[in-house]
Write a protein of this length. Structure first.
Length: 137
């Protein structure tokens, strides 16, 4: 009978590890964690400092970071002015060496008088998404 209870507790404990362990925000603050700003990546670094005993509570209080998602755009237009290219050597090399041709028509260079180098990303060939990517010194 006793061994059946121990076995049941072990099985239940093993299943509990699969579920996400969460602690209330009040308990997190009492344990010394700030749940609003605690990222789970920092909890995994506790082992580097021999603080493995804190890892369970830390993981219960932390916020998982979102995976980085990269948006892809089918077309980019780089607006440049020949008068400003000397201040931007990378952009100058890109324009003068015709590096846009390597992108197969997906990157175009447009010469606009007096404009600072700007990248315009388009979701569709007719729909403009961003125009605020200015290249600064």
């Amino acid at each position: 009978m006793f061994s059946a209870i121990v076995l049941l507790l072990l099985l239940h404990g093993g299943l509990a590890e699969v579920e996400e362990y969460k602690i209330s925000p009040e308990e997190c603050r009492q344990a010394g964690f700030v749940p609003e700003s605690l990222k789970c990546d920092s909890c995994h670094k506790l082992g580097d400092f021999n603080l493995d005993t804190l890892m369970t509570d830390c993981l219960g209080c932390c916020t998982k970071e979102k995976e980085l998602e990269h948006e892809k755009y089918p077309l980019a237009i780089m607006e440049v002015c020949e008068c400003n290219l000397g201040r931007f050597p990378q952009m100058q090399a890109f324009v003068h060496n015709d590096m846009a041709a390597a992108w197969g028509g997906r990157v175009k260079v447009r010469h606009v008088r007096g404009v600072r180098p700007t990248i315009i990303l388009k979701v569709d060939f007719n729909i403009q998404r961003f125009t605020h990517y200015f290249i600064e010194l």
